[in-house]
Structure formats: structure tokens, C-alpha cells
Design a protein around this ligand. Structure first.
Ligand code: SF4
Length: 398
């Protein structure tokens, strides 16, 4: 597994796989070939279906400007990865094509450029193996992560935590309508204002967590700056729950950074063994993963033990199994924004359940991750970020 720095990334929404990853790839080609006369991009599969709504072409064009860039949306050709595009680079004396895959969370693969993958840092690739190593070396989960990530871990996580809070603050203060044909009004401020209207503790709590999640995901939908946790579409779940508990319990910042490390470890295991890409495995891989990470992080803040933390992450994922990806018109708005709020609330419930019944559980985190991936592969293509099924075809934009 790679560093947590490859999981949590700060960048512009609305999509880590459809906007951030392609933007990073475009920047690479712009820098590597500054004398290019023109570029032509062919977007395949999920990019061809939902690239417009996810602003894939807009981000690539903006990044490559002022070099002229044209696009083809190819919905017929089948590719190995659903988030694939080819870039034809026209130089003064030659032209060639390179293939790019955006594999989720802003990570990309560019073929035939001689680029090496980020270094693998974690020698263990299952929770079971990590547990065994921790037991053998008398380490806590956190000490295990610290040992591998080294001294740069906390300065890095501080920038991540700071950005998560900044995004919430911005989202909560912003009103108006989100970009795109759906004309979705922003609701974070409405929810936040509604917190004070009811003194029932549960209503107060749920509205506040939902307001934070809406704040982040509305910022994301508007192309604002978010942290992939683990993706842009699922960026609101983890910050919403963590910000809520940090304020409620006046949790020291260091504990919040540690919680991000713990949640990140579970996200990394999902990313390595399954997928965090909606185009590859449906929304269970995005919001399901975010819920799992948030549940583990929350359980850590609540001082739960390793078994309870693992169970919290497992429960959170288990009850997202089969969740489809069906963004209307390809915009990361409906159902994405509300879904993050629901996942943040579910993450807290999962951790609370785990605090009591972790000892009698049957399903491990490793098993649920394997199941999620298999379920994702079995999901019909129309439910994997193509906007060809589900809400995306039932709802008609008037
Ligand atoms: S439905 Fe889920 S996976 Fe699909 S774009 Fe929205 S957040 Fe991402």
C-alpha cells in the first residue's frame, strides 16, 4: 500500500477521478511537451458518459490552454479501466498518442512515458496481516502507521485537517444555486441555521453533521477546494463527522490528526484491495469507503479498542454493499451531496454499534472489502458512473 499522502489530496472538485486526475494528467503533458501545437483528447466509457457533468473536458481544456485542444466522446470502445482517455500530442515534427487512466481519488496512470508508480510503503495489505504484525511487535494501530509514515505524517495531516475545516466554513456560509442544468440550491446554510431551531439533542446533532457534509459536497459540486476522503464525490462524510465530534467534545487537534491517520489506514486497505472509484465499483466504493473511514476515525476519537475500530469500519461498509452510482446528468450533486450526509450519520451509528457488540461479530473488515469489490464487478455497467441507470434516468430535468 502507498502512503496516506496518496489517499488524502487537496484539490478542486467536483470529481477526483473525472476532474482532479485528468487535470493532473493534463498538467503533466503541458509541462512535458511545452512546444505542442495541439492536443486531441478521446474520452472513453465513464468519461464519455459523465465527463460533461463532471467537467472532465473543461478541466483538461483549461489546463492545456492556450494550446488548442479538441475532444471526442467515444461511448463505443471498451477499455480496461472505465476512466480512460487518450491524448494525441501534436508536436512540430511528430505526433503520438498516450493513454491515461484515472484510477480513483485523483491518482493516475500514464502509459509509455516511463513514469514510475509512487513507492509502496506499507508491507502489509490486509487488516489481518497488520493486526498480526502489531501483536508481534507490541504496537498500536497508530504506532504502526507512525512507524511507516515517519515524521512527516503529522505536518501532512495538519494541512489536511485545516483544509477540511476551511471547506466546511466556506460551504456553510455560501448560498445560491450550484452550477449546471439541475439548478440545485445550496442547502448547507439552511440546515446549519435550522440547528438552532430545535433543542432536541438528536435533532441538533443530526442537522449539524448533515450541514457540515452538505457544506463540503456543495463546495465540491461548485468546483471549490476539498480533500479527497477518499474521493471528491465522497469528500463530505469524514470531515462532517470529525468536525462535529471535535467541537462537541473539545477534542485536542493531535487526536483529530491521529483519527485521520486511523481512518486513512482503512481507506488505504480499501483502495489497495478493492477500489475507491464509482466508475469501477459503484458508490459503495466511494461513499461506502468514506463511511468506513469516518466510522474508524470516530471510533478512535471515542477511545475504542482495535477490535471495535475494525468492526466500526466493517459495519459501515457492509451496509453500503450494492450502492449504485447514478449521478443525474453526470453532476456530482444528486444523489451525491445528500448521500454524504447520510453516510456521516451512519458512520457514527456504526461506531456506536461496534462499541457494544464487536466481540460477537462474524464478518471481518477484510471480508467485507473483498465482498464490496466483487459486488462492484457484478454491478451492471449502467450503475457505475455512466448516468445510464437509477435516478439518472428516472429523474427528468425540465
Ligand atoms: S453517486 Fe457516489 S460514486 Fe457516483 S458520483 Fe455520486 S458520490 Fe461519486
Amino acid at each position: 500500500m502507498k502512503s496516506l499522502k496518496e489517499l488524502y489530496r487537496i484539490g478542486h472538485g467536483p470529481s477526483s477521478s473525472h476532474a482532479m486526475g485528468p487535470g493532473i494528467a493534463a498538467q503533466y503533458f503541458k509541462t512535458r511537451y511545452p512546444h505542442a501545437l495541439a492536443f486531441h483528447i478521446t474520452l472513453y466509457a465513464s468519461f464519455a458518459y459523465t465527463g460533461k457533468g463532471h467537467l472532465t473536458d473543461t478541466i483538461i481544456q483549461k489546463t492545456l490552454a492556450p494550446t488548442p485542444t479538441t475532444f471526442t466522446f467515444d461511448k463505443q470502445t471498451k477499455t480496461r479501466h472505465p476512466n480512460t482517455f487518450d491524448i494525441l500530442v501534436q508536436l512540430p515534427d511528430e505526433a503520438f498518442t498516450r493513454r491515461v487512466e484515472s484510477i480513483g481519488g485523483g491518482a493516475i496512470k500514464i502509459y509509455d512515458e516511463g513514469l514510475s508508480d509512487p513507492v509502496t510503503m506499507y508491507p502489509h495489505t490486509s487488516f489481518k496481516a497488520i493486526e498480526a504484525y502489531c501483536d508481534a511487535h507490541h504496537l498500536t494501530l497508530l504506532q504502526y502507521i507512525e512507524q511507516i509514515e515517519g515524521p512527516s505524517l503529522y505536518p501532512f495531516l495538519k494541512t489536511i485537517w485545516d483544509q477540511m475545516q476551511k471547506t466546511i466554513l466556506k460551504g456553510i456560509q455560501t448560498v445560491g444555486v450550484l452550477p449546471g442544468r439541475l439548478q440545485v440550491p445550496r442547502k448547507a446554510k439552511t440546515l446549519y441555521d435550522a440547528v438552532m431551531m430545535d433543542n432536541t439533542p438528536e435533532v441538533h446533532q443530526n442537522r449539524l453533521i448533515a450541514a457540515y457534509a452538505f457544506a463540503v459536497n456543495e463546495e465540491n459540486a461548485a468546483g471549490g477546494v476539498v480533500v479527497t476522503a477518499p474521493t471528491c464525490g465522497a469528500a463530505g462524510t469524514m470531515p462532517a463527522l470529525l468536525k462535529y465530534v471535535a467541537d462537541r467534545d473539545d477534542v485536542p487537534e493531535q487526536i483529530m490528526l491521529e483519527a485521520l491517520a486511523i481512518g486513512g489506514l482503512f481507506g488505504n486497505l480499501i483502495k489497495h484491495n478493492a477500489s475507491i472509484s464509482g466508475a469501477e465499483a459503484g458508490c459503495q466504493a466511494e461513499v461506502g469507503s468514506a463511511c468506513s473511514m469516518a466510522a474508524a476515525a470516530y471510533a478512535y476519537v471515542m477511545k475504542m479498542n482495535r477490535k471495535q475500530i475494525e468492526y466500526a469500519a466493517e459495519v459501515a461498509m457492509e451496509h453500503h454493499l450494492g450502492l449504485t452510482c447514478d449521478p443525474i446528468e453526470g453532476y456530482v450533486q444528486i444523489p451525491c451531496i445528500e448521500r454524504n450526509a447520510m453516510a456521516a450519520l451512519r458512520a457514527m451509528d456504526a461506531a456506536q454499534l461496534a462499541s457494544v457488540i464487536a466481540d460477537s461479530r462474524k464478518i471481518s473488515f477484510d471480508v467485507v472489502v473483498e465482498t464490496m469489490y466483487q459486488t462492484g464487478k457484478d454491478l451492471h455497467r449502467k450503475y457505475r458512473e455512466t448516468s445510464k441507470g437509477g435516478l439518472a434516468i428516472k429523474y427528468r430535468v425540465s
